[in-house]
Ligand binder design. Structure first.
Ligand code: NDP
Ligand code: MG
Length: 382
């Protein structure tokens, strides 16, 4: 049995990961981390009996200890740092959301542990560094994101002959809408095909998620921006594809359930027997169309970020998006403001590609504060 730690176990990816772990005896859950969802975490601790738990609030320490006094409990930001630095783990799943996943990704790679990565933000902020760390210790970052899992499976170690990478996008709930005015939070949170955490659901509605996935693919598969294409595919059945030099396109098709890519990341090259099979004759037809770059400027911003790699605009986009989405969810700004904030942030800010991960984290916090100030000044008039 191998020891696994799941960071962000109470989230959408985290819960699906525990479901997959419970179906195999390959893994023992030795550690989990969560932030605020104490109720779900307690359920998980009772069910899986991990030796290590990292919680968001120090108030939770006694509650966890009362389940089993032998559990080592870490708390707060330093707790996340400690649990991601655990030597007892053979493999980590990073299912944290946003910048909170950055230092954990660094710790896991620094310790040369296997990493199944859902936290795409790590690669958006510091993809170059993480790629170099993984390459120099000859470890793979195994993608969990469904598109990247598909690409990973299609490439199957034939990196040299790739003509292009084709990332599919459902297009989110507003694909057909002419304008982004008067959009309610509930509308933005109702994704047509996937069920996910709030942040990524809003990112899917703005298509910033697809922009982040372009940057994620750049670093995971070592391909330049001009070899990465986005294709809108509303059915979310074909999860992405690779076009090889001879014109062959190899794609991965499956139901839209994140347990499929999670199981692959944890069990590869084996395939777990899962109940989510699809019947192509029932699906009947699949549709593909070009994305509208004028409407979804988020895609353009992501390509621009890769074109100007020395300005590390991925860091800026991620920071601005985290602040903008939080303000939208708190009803402080309009949905359409998110696009304006992202564009403006990319015009004003840049980073000089710091090599030290702690300097990168500091820079992210700085830019988030600056974006907060920009929003107060220009969007909510404070
Ligand atoms: P959720 O919001 O559902 O879950 C996030 C997890 O991280 C929760 O366990 C949460 O704890 C924890 N967390 C949040 N903020 C912090 C913090 N500041 N410090 C410590 N822990 C924190 O997110 P998802 O599962 O949807 O997404 C996770 C990652 O996977 C994201 O990077 C996303 O882009 C990526 N992803 C998600 C997909 C999906 O289907 N959901 C698909 C592809 C990629 P708590 O809940 O206890 O507060
Ligand atoms: Mg995805």
């Amino acid at each position: 049995m191998e020891n696994i730690v799941v960071l962000g176990s109470t989230g959408s990816i985290g819960k699906n990961t525990l479901d997959i772990i419970s179906r195999t005896n390959r893994y023992r859950l030795v550690g989990l981390s969560y932030n605020n969802n104490t109720k779900e975490a307690i359920k998980q601790i009772k069910r899986f009996s991990p030796k290590f738990v990292a919680c968001g609030k120090t108030d939770d320490i006694d509650k966890i200890k009362s389940i089993n006094p032998d559990i080592t409990v870490f708390a707060g930001k330093s707790g996340l740092n400690e649990i991601s630095d655990l030597n007892e783990a053979d493999i980590f799943v990073n299912a944290l959301v946003g910048t909170s996943g950055l230092i954990p990704t660094y710790n896991i790679l620094k310790n040369k542990k296997r990493l199944a990565l859902a936290n795409k933000e790590s690669l958006v902020i510091a993809g170059k560094i993480f790629k170099e760390m993984a390459d120099s210790s000859n470890i793979e970052i195994i993608p969990i994101d469904s598109e990247h899992s598909a690409i990973y499976q299609c490439i199957n170690k034939q990196n040299k002959d790739i003509h292009s990478i084709i990332i599919t996008a459902s297009g989110g709930p507003f694909l057909e809408r002419d304008s982004f005015e008067n959009i309610k939070i509930e509308d933005a949170l109702s994704h047509p095909t996937w069920s996910m955490g709030k942040k990524i659901t809003i990112d899917s509605a703005t298509m910033m998620n697809k922009g982040f996935e372009i940057i994620e693919a750049r670093w995971l598969f070592d391909v330049k921006y001009d070899k990465i294409k986005v294709v809108v595919h509303k059915e979310s059945i074909l999860h992405s594809a690779v076009e090889f030099n001879d014109g062959s396109i190899i794609a991965q098709l499956a139901a839209h359930d994140m347990r499929i890519p999670i199981a692959y990341a944890l069990m590869k090259p084996k395939r777990m027997d899962l109940e989510f099979k699809i019947d192509l004759t029932e699906i009947g037809s699949l549709h593909f169309q070009k994305p509208n770059f004028n409407k979804f400027i988020t895609l353009k911003l992501a390509y621009d970020a890769l074109k100007k790699e020395d300005k590390n605009l991925g860091l800026v986009l991620n920071a601005a998006d985290e602040v903008a989405v939080e303000h939208f969810l708190n009803k402080k700004i309009k949905f359409s403001d998110i696009f304006k904030i992202l564009q403006k942030s990319c015009e004003i800010f840049e980073d000089d590609l710091k090599q030290d991960i702690f300097a990168i984290e500091k820079e992210t916090i700085y830019i988030k504060n600056e974006v907060e100030r920009l929003i107060k000044k220009d969007f909510i008039g404070g």
